[in-house]
Design a protein. Structure first.
Length: 104
């Protein structure tokens, strides 16, 4: 039997993005995201993708490539954080380090 193709559930993408934002906000002191760069930009892009898909919007190939990158980064980050948090690991320092630069 052939393997099922991987698909992205855009409602789940939005949920994961919001969970990451909540995690960042839960730390004391709060991790402040830098507007327009790094993790904040990637979260915003992933949320915009999820919202646009719900509305049935279409975009350019370049926008698709950037959107796919942001969506996969946020999807996988949430996937990685979940077991770390369940195991009681403190990911605060790592998330602070991810707060600058680009997804590259």
């Amino acid at each position: 039997m052939a393997a099922q193709p991987l698909t992205m559930d855009f409602d789940e993408l939005k949920k994961r993005s919001l969970e990451i934002r909540e995690l960042l906000a839960s730390y004391k002191p709060k991790i402040k995201l830098k507007p327009g760069e790094g993790l904040e930009l990637t979260l915003a892009e992933a949320e915009a993708i999820a919202d646009a898909v719900k509305k049935g919007e279409k975009g350019t190939m370049q926008a698709f490539v950037e959107s796919a990158k942001a969506a996969s980064v946020i999807w996988n980050l949430a996937e990685t954080l979940q077991p770390c948090l369940e195991a009681g690991l403190d990911v605060n320092g790592h998330l602070k380090e991810m707060n600058a630069g680009s997804v590259n």
